[in-house]
Design a protein around this ligand. Sequence first.
Ligand SMILES: C[S@@+](CC[C@H](N)C(=O)[O-])C[C@H]1O[C@@H](n2cnc3c(N)ncnc32)[C@H](O)[C@@H]1O
Length: 377
Amino acid sequence: MTVRISSLESGSLNTDSLDPSSLDPSSLDPISLDPSRQDAGNLTDPEVIDLHPAPADMQRLVIEGLSRSPKQLPAWFLYDDEGSRLFELICEQPEYSLTRTETALLESEAAAIAAALGQGVLMEFGAGSARKVGPLLEAMALQAAPAGATQAGPIPARPAYVALDISASHLQEACDRLQRRHPQVPMLGICCDYSQLEALPSHPLLNGQAHLGFFPGSSLGNFEPAAAQELLAQFRHLLGPGGKLLIGIDQPKASERLEAAYNDRAGVSAAFARNLLTRLNRDLAGDFNPQAFRYRARWQPAESHIEMALVSEGPQSVRLAGHTWTFADDEALITETSAKYSADAFLALAAPAGWHGAARWSDPNDDLCLHLLVQSD
Ligand SMILES: C[S@@+](CC[C@H](N)C(=O)[O-])C[C@H]1O[C@@H](n2cnc3c(N)ncnc32)[C@H](O)[C@@H]1O
């Protein structure tokens, strides 16, 4: 199966209100709404719209981050191709249970979550490999057309899926793989920076149904609280009136468990962090020696976050981005933080962004919580 990529300039963005009641049904795409066209074999390959996210000014961000005290770089720098591969490996380490816990919770609670979500277009922010959404799509399809039910009256809307990700190559692969598994679910990929997107592109799949956001993986924890709140407000804006958001949030737990989860014995987390230095050497003409830094993950209770850092083994200076940077002995370069929120703390963070909790689901150990947020007004 090939993926069709279309390219949109920002002028073709739909900046109209996303209120479904304001939409003209005659403008809806017959292919995505006609169930006979959605059967396996009839569905066209998933389309990927490339909104050409502006290339980040990496040099400026690196200069800013290394001029700070303590030195700190944006977490997304960790995800070049090798970083993405190492992240998938981290998810398989015995100490790192977040992915397994969330996947199991989504599987066991899929029917209840689908009932609470209702029907609509499921939009995953930062879909990555899109490996978690399958059970939800199946449960939503079952609710739209329960097994054994005979159809009388209008055919209910079926679920549709939209994957948003900044990485075009990952997005293509993810949409392709997911479409093979769920041939009856209409799908669309949007290559974009979701934090900068002013409006969703105009596309039939996005018209006429509620927009249901999906943000798993506790990715919100990688943002400082103020930025996390801004992102929640941005999601509310993109989802439009009536939109809902299902979000996975890792909860605080014993510091020993958290520190082990982010510093696995096999050394994959350390390799993931050191790969950042290799990436910087490659992209910004640097001469970091990754082995001259040791990796550290430590729980910081005041911030309720895990801080991941590379710590300088002795004083050293490094050339990068046209500058010389000095590191004192034991000085840290923070590569990432991952905040953990209790249910109450998370809902307090979400409230000023215009969301309140409608339902939540936790695993038996209360390690992770899936919150369903609805809009406050
Ligand atoms: C850690 S992965 C999570 C993947 C998946 N949602 C999960 O829970 O397993 C984060 C993904 O978000 C994407 N991403 C990060 N920042 C983004 C942004 N600003 N806009 C769009 N995608 C982003 C990355 O490319 C990556 O695929």
